[in-house]
Design a protein around this ligand. Structure first.
Ligand SMILES: NC(=O)c1ccc[n+]([C@@H]2O[C@H](COP(=O)([O-])OP(=O)(O)OC[C@H]3O[C@@H](n4cnc5c(N)ncnc54)[C@H](O)[C@@H]3O)[C@@H](O)[C@H]2O)c1
Length: 292
């Protein structure tokens, strides 16, 4: 179910005709839509949300309504329908102002944005529904996921698609701050693997819990820009001369991010297979074909 608030229907083109694919247009803020979506469902993977820290700072009311109010609607509809497993997207943003590296599930700081509050709220509700109602919830704290079809346009686009689009247009990728902030960029196939493990393999030890989902290594934004330039230069030699530009730092962002993925390895059997470079090698051809 999706209301396509922040995504394109064409992202689903490759699934049309696949027998098991049964899309439904609906809004998680509407309880009736959530109830309709639960018909005949054993397992819920709840990913719908308004992404982006800056979006939530600009419009906290909408982020709250979708990410927290909508989450509760989906959770309650799943409970009422007797759904057997509820896997949901949390976020590395819940680590907030904690400076500990690598980030471990049990040590979080104070939230730095409304978005982080909503994701932390999801975790708290899920844990409570596990405790009160025995619901089999599993939270996945995704770290900076990237890959094909991620939108490079608009004020809330993620760094990797935004930088690739800029390079392909020979305009300077814009870095907020000094570029020395670091991220554990995670190729989407790794995130999908974690979802599959949570749906298929996880047992009692995982229910009511949250898990870091990341590759488990970090680069600075300056290193990321270099890696992108190097990857793109063989496709478009003019990219060699494109330099990054610095804009003022943005509020709400975590300075450094690196996941300890031991818990997901031990409990879910998660083992990410695609590192940053391999992920960029897979994603870039799609951007060249669609935005080059
Ligand atoms: N991409 C990342 O780096 C990242 C990192 C941490 C957490 N997450 C979380 O993972 C999940 C998936 O992220 P993504 O990057 O695929 O984001 P996305 O924006 O591509 O997907 C979210 C989807 O939710 C839909 N949606 C928004 N409001 C809705 C509503 N009211 N009703 C129904 N659908 C609605 C959007 O149209 C979109 O298709 C989100 O919950 C996000 O917060 C993502």
């Amino acid at each position: 179910m999706d209301n396509f608030a922040t995504s394109k229907r064409t992202n689903l083109d490759h699934l049309i005709g696949v027998e098991a694919f049964d899309p439904m247009e609906g809004d998680i803020r509407e309880t009736a839509d959530c109830e309709r979506a639960m018909k005949g469902v054993n397992v819920v993977v709840h990913l719908a949300a308004l992404g982006s820290v800056p979006r939530s700072i600009a419009d906290p009311i909408s982020s709250h309504a979708v990410n927290l109010g909508g989450f509760l609607n989906v959770l309650q509809a799943a409970r009422t329908a007797g759904v057997q497993r509820f896997v949901f997207a949390s976020s590395s943003s819940v680590y907030g102002d904690s400076t500990e590296l690598p980030k471990r599930e049990e040590n979080i700081g104070k939230p730095l944005s409304p978005y982080a509050i909503t994701k932390y709220g999801n975790e708290v509700y899920a844990r409570l529904f596990h405790r009160l109602h025995g619901m089999r919830t599993i939270g996945l704290r995704f770290f900076n996921v990237f890959g094909e079809r991620q939108d490079p346009e608009g004020p809330y686009a993620a760094a990797i698609p935004r930088f690739i689009k800029a390079f392909l247009a020979h305009s300077s990728p814009q870095i907020y701050g000094d570029g020395l902030q670091s991220r554990d960029f995670t190729y989407v196939a790794n995130a999908v693997e974690a979802v599959q493990k949570a749906v298929v393999c996880a047992d009692e030890r995982a229910f009511g819990q949250v898990f870091n989902v990341a590759y488990g290594s970090r680069v600075t934004l300056l290193e990321l820009v270099d890696a992108l330039r190097n990857a793109l230069v063989s496709i478009d030699p003019a990219v060699a001369g494109v330099k990054a530009e610095h804009a003022p730092e943005r509020g709400g962002d975590i300075r450094d991010s690196l996941a300890d993925i031991t818990k997901a390895r031990d409990v879910l059997g998660f083992g990410p297979k695609v590192d940053l470079q391999q992920g960029l090698d897979r994603a870039i051809p799609w951007y060249v074909a669609n935005w080059g």
